[in-house]
Design a protein around this ligand. Structure first.
Ligand code: NDP
Length: 601
């Protein structure tokens, strides 16, 4: 069967769909791109204060540590764990939040959960002997697991919680990093690992009048339970009798809207672009299945998922969920084609068909669930599934059948204005008591703004200067002019939907780098200019395919709000995918040559 037959059998009209996707994308493009968002400083700084734990005073520190890790989320935890496994004793984690957990420390909104399967998403399950209670973990379980890891690997020892970095500078004479914080610390470290997190800085929309709202307002990543009552499982009794507006319909809103809808007198959901909402089908962990697992299962399962969602082939699908479903469709179509021509171009063609099919199912699901026809129409996403973070939820769509919940669809234009007591959209005024911003996090802004500090390297050169014309690194982790500094994250590294998998591979690399340098009695290591330049060329040369895909996508943080910058090919992940990237790291370690690094004693 040829692809044309498959399309006919599926009842698709690819040209019509492509043109509809283009039309929907074009109406959302704006000239201000990322500038449309407001930095949470000055009068907006209170939106990012920690509502969960009171500040504990402590004396400033001036001591020395072998390895300082910035960030106590999954990246920092994994780096700490793999360093401990490699025998590194002197570690300090510095974390802005009041505990470990990173994104799971901050995001405690009602309904918060992860829709990457828990058996692959939660790190170090075999090492800590923990089995998640459900297929998809809820936020409190993930936060508890973060603490479990920190305890298991003694990472609370020496940790500085509730501490923000204000200065990070290399002292070339002493060959140490000098770290300053908002606690007046001035400590030193031989090595620094930066795991600041990709979505750590919440953002507000720059809607005219955003500063003038007089009612109660907060961002979802700093949920105000004192006001709403209840907890992460719901029961928001404080919203009884209240009119609530929520701006944003991304993955966060999809999870909290059902709880707000249950509790508020009236809920207005202000939508610019609908999310794709697929089946979640959460279920308790089967104890017999858990008992049947043999050592090494966790890594095998993570790799199996990663292979499938990266478009590779695996003889079986262990996770079998909405993420891998699109690949199962693709394989099905490929089988019908008789697997004759599986060149990258042909696979891309098949992937588009599988994507059309998946999104048709997602749109049909809206019609099945949402009773009001106009509301159902407005909730349908018109873009390829991975243009935005796909969502998996069984309670979001039914919420729009409630009489007290109204979808305010702005058809790509967003909210017009905020006043002292109302939101104005589509020319209509919606009076509210409480305004919740589910407007996401900064991604495409300058790194120092997101981190809250710049890094000063050799000869006082700033990292922001080094990256002014685009990110430069070896493997996304090592930067010329910044000795003994290791960066974790997706830029110039292998992006995967299962982000902790990437962090774990990078954590292994970190443990290797630091312990191998020690074996060579090298106090200082640094990537050479040549090795850095070679990796940047490799990144640029592999960026083309993904760029085309992103250009055609509806705006969002995946494509820098629809405005791919001239640095887009450089400030991106490794185009051959995460599996290829992991293999590169492993191959690099296996030679033992530490190619591209320079050492100083
Ligand atoms: P997103 O960036 O995904 O969503 C922000 C929302 O705000 C979008 O719907 C956006 O609309 C909307 N918005 C922005 N400005 C305006 C405006 N002026 N008027 C109206 N609407 C506006 O943030 P989230 O916090 O939802 O999610 C961030 C990421 O966190 C996810 O992509 C995912 O990676 C992760 N996450 C994962 C979860 C999970 O595992 N289930 C749960 C929650 C988050 P538009 O789309 O038009 O830009």
């Amino acid at each position: 069967m040829a692809s044309g037959d498959v399309i006919e059998e599926l009842g698709l009209d690819p040209d019509e769909l492509r043109s509809k996707y283009r039309e929907e994308r074009d109406k959302r493009l704006r000239s201000d791109g990322n500038e449309q968002y407001v930095n949470m400083v000055g009068e907006f700084a209170h939106y990012i204060e920690d509502p969960y734990i009171k500040r504990v005073e402590r004396a400033p520190l001036t001591d020395h540590t072998h390895v300082v890790i910035i960030g106590g989320g999954f990246g920092g935890l994994l780096a700490g764990a793999r360093l401990r496994d490699a025998g590194v004793k002197d570690i300090r984690v510095i974390e802005k939040g009041g505990d470990f957990g990173g994104t799971w420390y901050w995001n405690r909104y009602p309904g918060a959960a992860c829709d990457i399967e828990s058996y692959i998403y939660l790190p170090l399950l075999e090492e800590t002997g923990y089995m998640p209670v459900e297929k998809y973990s809820r936020a409190p379980e993930i936060l508890a697991h973060s603490r479990r890891i920190a305890e298991h690997y003694n990472l609370y020892d020496k940790a500085c919680l509730q501490t923000e970095i204000t200065g990070l500078n290399w002292d070339d004479d002493a060959a140490v990093w000098v770290i300053e914080t908002d606690r007046s610390d001035r400590m030193t470290a031989d090595h620094v690992v930066m795991s600041n997190g990709p979505l750590n800085r919440p953002k507000l929309p720059g809607i005219p009048g955003v500063e003038s709202f007089k009612g109660h307002s907060f961002h979802t990543s700093r949920w105000d339970y004192d006001y709403t009552g209840g907890d992460s499982s719901g029961g928001l009794t404080g919203l009884k009798g209240k009119r609530v507006g929520i701006i944003g319909t991304g993955a966060t809103a999809v999870q909290c809207v059902p709880h707000i809808g249950e509790a508020a007198e009236q809920l207005y959901v202000f939508q610019r672009t609908p999310s794709s909402i697929d089946v979640r089908n959460n279920r308790p962990t089967d104890p017999d299945w858990a008992k049947s697992l043999t050592p090494g299962w966790h890594k095998d399962r993570m790799e199996n998922f990663n292979t499938l969602v990266s478009g590779g082939f695996a003889s079986q699908d262990l996770v079998m969920d909405g993420w891998t479903h699109i690949i199962r469709n693709l394989l099905f179509i490929a089988q019908q084609e008789g697997n004759k021509d599986l060149s990258p171009e042909h696979l891309a063609e098949l992937a588009e068909i599988a994507d059309f099919q998946k999104m048709e199912q997602v749109r049909a699901r809206v019609d099945e669930i949402v009773k009001d026809k106009a509301t159902a129409e407005a909730l349908k996403p018109w873009y390829r599934q991975f243009c935005k973070r796909p969502c998996f939820h069984d309670g979001y769509l039914p919420t729009f059948n409630r009489p007290n919940v109204e979808l305010v669809h702005t058809d790509g234009q967003g909210v017009e204005r905020i006043t002292g007591n109302a939101i104005i959209a589509n020319g209509k005024t919606y009076e509210i008591d409480c305004l919740i911003y589910a407007t996401g996090f900064e991604v495409g802004t300058e790194y120092a703004r997101r981190a809250g500090y710049d890094v000063g390297g050799r000869d006082g050169r700033k990292l922001s200067e080094h990256w002014a014309e685009g990110y430069r690194s070896l493997h996304g982790m090592l930067v010329n002019g910044f000795p003994n500094l290791i960066v974790m994250g997706t830029v110039q590294a292998g992006f995967t939907a299962n982000y902790p998998h990437l962090l774990d591979e990078q954590a292994k690399q970190i443990a290797y780098l630091i312990t191998e340098a020690e074996k060579r009695q090298a106090k200082v290591f640094e990537v050479s200019k040549e090795a850095e330049a070679a990796w940047v060329s490799e990144i640029i040369s592999k960026a083309m395919m993904r760029e085309k895909f992103l250009e055609e996508c509806t705006p969002g943080y995946y494509n820098n709000e629809g405005k791919l910058s001239k640095m887009a090919r450089q400030n991106t992940s490794y185009g051959a995918g995460s599996n290829a990237y992991f293999a590169i790291l492993e191959g690099w370690r296996s030679t033992g040559a530490m190619e591209g690094l320079e050492f100083h004693t």
